[in-house]
Design a protein around this ligand. Sequence first.
Ligand SMILES: [Ca+2]
Ligand SMILES: [Ca+2]
Length: 331
Amino acid sequence: MKTKNIVTISASSLVLMFAFQNCHNSVKYSEIPSTNGALGAPDESEGSGDGGNGVSGDNSALGGDQLGESGQEGSGSPEIPLIPENPFDPGPGISLLPIDGEWASIAYEDNILDASAGDRDYNDAVFNYKISEQYNSANQLVRIFFEVRLREKISSNDHVLHLKLDGDASAQFDNIKQQSAPAFNGSADAKITYSDGSETEIVDAKSKDLIVFKSTSNTKGEISKITIELKNPELNVNSAVEKYVNFLKYRFILQNKGQSRTGIDIAEVNPSQEMLSNGNGYPFGFMIPTDWQPPAEHQLIDDKYPSFHKYREWLNAPTYPIADDIFKWYL
Ligand SMILES: [Ca+2]
Ligand SMILES: [Ca+2]
């Protein structure tokens, strides 16, 4: 059973918009101005798991709002169909990452063969992304939508961005042994639509290599869209529709084309030493739940974000519960 941690931030005009918990009990969240709160503020009582019926009703209404808004106005969430194609979901609920109309980000330092993690400007490849999970009326996950945008690329290297759904990238990348939870149970088909209009359809996509970006050269600003159609919704039942997507299920891996047998995970999904530099403990990639502004070329991230060291130190020696400010270094 999933649970959510909701952390109230004192002395702040911002409202906590999403929170989640992974198997290590770490919590990461985003603060979005309350005026932007299309979903409304989370209820602190939510997530205890003992109020399933009430929470379900609440999310039904939520899903309807999101469908209408995004379907008619294209307000930014991935392409949630206004009339669901699945005959079993007349009143679907939607879980989002981050909130409707916003972007989250993943940022990479692209030379993982450099044990010191290079110049640590984390602008080598930066992507925005958003995820929607669509649930049917039985709270079964039926469809997942992604939009991924290349936000920045300041590197002489070219890259491929991969998405792995089964939590195991070890067959493709020699440096990745760490496994993570699969994105869903059962099988699914996928369709990827690239900015040039071309499409790739992938049958039984769960264990396959989904190429989200074929190249980061001259593709800044381009958007790839991915649709995952689950074949076994009955194996993916939540006690209630989650308001917030757990991004840890979706493993985006950057490949430096010049280092084809190595991959770079974000540290949240792969918290092992595989993704921390040997000399100083900097991660090679991380997630930010906002549209993040990376440092300038060759600017050390600590110079632009002086609190980054708190996050880095935590990655190198995780302790629980996590102090509130650890994941707020980017604000
Ligand atoms: Ca760099
Ligand atoms: Ca750079």
